[in-house]
Design a protein around this ligand. Structure first.
Ligand SMILES: N[C@@H](CCC(=O)N[C@@H](CS)C(=O)NCC(=O)O)C(=O)O
Length: 220
């Protein structure tokens, strides 16, 4: 059930990806939309991210955060898990199914996301280094290996464990981050899985809300 207070999340004031829905507040927005929890979003500038007021909420100076009454949370995975645990719709009621769905959230964040982020960052941070050209395909192979394993596991199923869960939400968000790296496209079932997630009305609402937010902060 939605709570009485309206939680506030933080988001970048300025979209670093030109509004492609990659910033991690998008995961939280999508989860809140799935469970029917209204929320507000507060913009934080890149400078304010590193100032004491924000560091008190997020010790690493990042978005997203989540505040609801006395509760202040950071880490997108923890926020999504909290919301999924307090509302119906994102985790099965049955204990084993619930544990498996939570397991997939961890897989998304700790097994699939790291090589994708490393490949993303090398382009920004190491493009001028002598090792760049050699390192790039190594990092892409690491992603490819993980996606091959995930693709084999998903097979022809729609979702990872029966019905859509917070595990799929997190996995789809992480896989979206690999769009344009020329890897995801080699796994048609994973590309279709991502498209299935993006087609969900709650995803669409979250995406539109993030885009509107950036338009309103005037920084898209
Ligand atoms: N593990 C954190 C990562 C948060 C994160 O990397 N946020 C990015 C935006 S998507 C950020 O705030 N970057 C700015 C920075 O690190 O200075 C989570 O999932 O919440």
């Amino acid at each position: 059930m939605p709570t009485d207070t309206i939680p506030t999340i933080t988001a970048f004031e300025r979209s670093p990806d030109g509004g492609k829905g990659q910033a991690r507040d998008m995961r939280v927005r999508w989860a809140l939309e799935e469970v029917g929890q209204p929320y507000r979003a507060r913009p934080v500038s890149f400078r304010a991210l590193k100032e004491p007021a924000h560091l008190a909420l997020q010790p690493f100076g990042q978005i997203p955060t989540y505040e609801d009454g006395d509760l202040a949370r950071f880490e997108s995975g923890a926020i999504v898990l909290h919301s999924a645990g307090h509302h119906g719709g994102l985790l099965p009621d049955e204990a084993n199914g619930r544990a498996r769905a939570i397991g997939w959230m961890f897989s998304a964040l700790t097994t699939i996301e790291p090589p994708i982020i490393e490949r993303e960052q090398v382009v920004f941070l190491e493009r001028d280094k002598p090792w760049y050209a050699e390192r790039l395909p190594i990092l892409e192979d690491r992603i490819r290996n993980r996606l091959r394993q995930l693709s084999a596991r998903l097979g022809e199923d729609d979702w990872l464990e029966g019905g859509f869960s917070a595990g799929d939400l997190m996995m789809v968000m992480v896989l979206r981050r690999a769009t344009g790296m020329g890897v995801l496209e080699n796994f048609p079932n994973l590309a279709a899985y991502v498209a299935r997630g993006e087609a969900r009305p709650a995803f669409q609402r979250a995406y539109a809300a993030q885009a509107k937010f950036f338009r309103e902060t005037g920084q898209e």
